[in-house]
Write a protein that binds this ligand. Structure first.
Ligand SMILES: [Zn+2]
Length: 64
């Protein structure tokens, strides 16, 4: 998915740079960081929500 930085307008693939250094949530973090100006923001999309839903569902099944 292509994300556009609201600060500098730089476009990049958000799937390649979802995590920020120092973020305690790690790879599950929904925060997107601009590789150009390092601004970080949360961008919730229907696709992300769907993936998160599937992930949680899978986790719940594995627990039982
Ligand atoms: Zn930027």
């Amino acid at each position: 998915m292509v994300a556009k930085c609201p600060v500098c307008g730089y476009r990049f693939d958000s799937s390649l740079s979802q995590t920020c250094g120092g973020c305690p949530v790690g790879s599950d973090c929904e925060r997107i960081c601009c590789p150009n100006c390092h601004y970080g923001w949360i961008e919730s999309t229907p696709l992300v929500n769907k993936l998160m839903y599937l992930f949680r569902k899978e986790k719940a099944v594995g627990r039982s």
